[in-house]
Each structure stands twice: as structure tokens, then as C-alpha cells.
Design a protein around this ligand. Structure first.
Ligand code: SF4
Ligand code: SF4
Ligand code: FES
Length: 261
């Protein structure tokens, strides 16, 4: 059954108002055809068609990874992937959402910290050695990350390169859903970055000293003062705050009031 959405009211606060004379295209959502104005992202097309996002989505800006989507195009055998908030809907698109995909997440906290960084990763995720090098994960990634590459870095024990290569991962789970070796690439990468940051990079003295100040209660009086303020007072404080210039170079700018530094 074909459903026309042209006369439907908009369903969310992020409204889509098609311009007069907008051309309509047909897309298929979960097997059902809908007419939507062209140029919408898949996310907005879903909303135009009457779907509502109640939970689990998201930033709408390509950051949170909650809107992974599979789609095919008519006459094209390829299974495509993308982020619904970043991919423009095309006529004849047949799509399904991937709101969540079960991924193996090992007990990161329980790993023996006396092991070397690469041994920790191998202990947590020995399945990385089952990678067959098919490259499906890399072709699937909507962030254009060399997923197969970072898995290969971790396999070789190059935790630093694995962490760096996977840095832009937004945990959408699309790569995990397609791996023939059942590897949860995103979780391997996450623990790799944590191990790299926590165990392989020098401690920042500035960060440590600030953390100590927070623990010692230096900011408690200021926080208590804020907690007493009315909404209007907080708004006025926010609007009148001293702001760092957008283009200042590191070390060039300091606020006039250094009380809380
Ligand atoms: S999809 Fe799985 S098996 Fe294929 S390259 Fe990626 S990690 Fe390896
Ligand atoms: S590496 Fe996997 S989980 Fe991370 S953004 Fe790419 S497809 Fe999504
Ligand atoms: S809604 Fe967050 S990445 Fe699409």
C-alpha cells in the first residue's frame, strides 16, 4: 500500500517545511513506500513520513552514532550504509534503521594491568586474530575510518596507531553488524584508545593539578553560590560572561578575572 505524506502535519520540533513546488520522491521505509520532498536527509524524511524519534537519537550532526542506516537503491545490488542525519534521501531508496546492534564488550576494567598494552587488548579481544582482511568494515564505515587498518594495528601490537586511526569512531555499530569474523571493532578501538591515553601517554601535570584542586574543594564555594542563584541571575551571568576570542593563539589571552584559574 502506498502512503502519501504530503498533507501530514510535521511531527517534531525540527520542522521540515517543503518549499512551494517542491519535487516529491518515493522512498521505502521498512518496506512501506512514502512520498517525501527531495533534498531531505533520511532522518528528516523519516520524520516527514510520520515517524517520531522518542529515544536514542541523537545529535543530528553526525557525532552521536545513533542513526546508522542500511539502504539499497532500486536497480543497485549494493547494500549501502550511512548516517540518517547526514545522508540525503534519494528517489527509490529502500532503507532500514540500525538503532542498536549487539556488540561484544569485554570487561575492560578487569584486565590485568601488568600486561603490556597490546597483551591487554589481545586478552580482552582475542577474536581480532580471526580477521580475514575482507575490508567490509572499512567500506561500511560512515566516518571513512580505515577500520580494517586499525584492527590490523592492534593485531600487530601497535596500540598507538590503532588508537590514532580509530579516533573518529562514533560507535554507530555498522561495522560490527557486517563483520564475518564477529569482531566488535568499535569496542576493540575504544579500549585501545583508553589504554593508549591512560597507560602510554605522559601524565599532564596541569590536568593533575587541576584535578587535585577540584578534589580538595577549591570550587565548592563558587558552585554553592551558583546553586543559590535564580534562573534569571544565572542567565544574566551566562550572557555577561567574559569570552575567549575565537581566534586567539594559545597563551595569548587571559581573562581579566583569574579568581577561578
Ligand atoms: S569486517 Fe571483520 S573480518 Fe573483515 S576486515 Fe573488518 S574486522 Fe576483518
Ligand atoms: S568504526 Fe565502526 S562503529 Fe566506528 S564509526 Fe566506523 S562503522 Fe561506526
Ligand atoms: S543523529 Fe547523531 S550521528 Fe546522526
Amino acid at each position: 500500500m502506498e502512503t502519501s505524506s504530503q498533507d501530514k502535519p510535521m511531527m517534531t520540533g525540527d520542522r521540515t517545511i517543503p518549499p512551494e513546488g517542491a519535487r516529491y520522491i518515493t522512498i521505502h521505509i521498512m518496506g512501506q513506500a512514502y512520498e517525501i520532498p527531495e533534498t531531505l536527509t533520511i532522518l528528516k524524511a523519516l520524520e516527514f513520513a510520520g515517524f517520531q524519534y522518542k529515544r536514542g537519537c541523537g545529535c543530528r550532526g553526525g557525532i552521536c552514532g545513533a542513526c546508522g542506516t542500511f539502504y539499497r537503491k532500486e536497480g543497485d545490488h549494493t547494500l549501502h550504509t550511512g548516517l540518517a542525519c547526514q545522508t540525503v534521501a534519494e528517489d527509490g531508496m529502500i532503507l532500514a534503521q540500525l538503532p542498536f546492534f549487539p556488540a561484544n564488550r569485554a570487561d575492560h576494567a578487569g584486565v590485568d594491568k601488568d600486561l603490556s598494552p597490546d597483551e591487554q587488548i589481545n586478552t580482552l579481544y582475542p577474536e581480532i586474530f580471526r580477521c580475514v582482511g575482507c575490508g567490509t568494515c572499512t567500506r561500511t564505515c560512515p566516518m571513512d575510518i580505515d577500520v580494517m587498518g586499525y584492527i590490523a594495528h592492534f593485531k600487530r601490537g601497535d596500540v598507538a596507531r590503532g588508537a590514532e586511526t580509530s579516533f573518529d569512531c562514533i560507535m554507530c555499530g555498522l561495522c560490527v553488524s557486517r563483520c564475518p569474523a564477529n569482531i566488535s571493532q568499535m569496542n576493540v578501538a575504544m579500549v585501545g584508545r583508553r589504554i593508549f591515553a591512560g597507560q602510554m601517554t605522559p601524565r599532564s601535570e596541569a590536568t593533575k593539578s587541576r584535578a587535585d584542586q577540584v578534589r580538595e574543594g577549591r570550587y565548592e564555594p563558587a558552585l554553592a553560590e551558583l546553586a543559590q542563584m535564580s534562573k534569571e541571575e544565572l542567565k544574566a551571568l551566562y550572557v555577561g560572561r567574559e569570552r575567549e576570542p575565537d581566534l586567539s593563539k594559545p597563551g595569548e589571552w587571559m581573562p581579566a578575572d583569574t579568581t577561578n584559574l
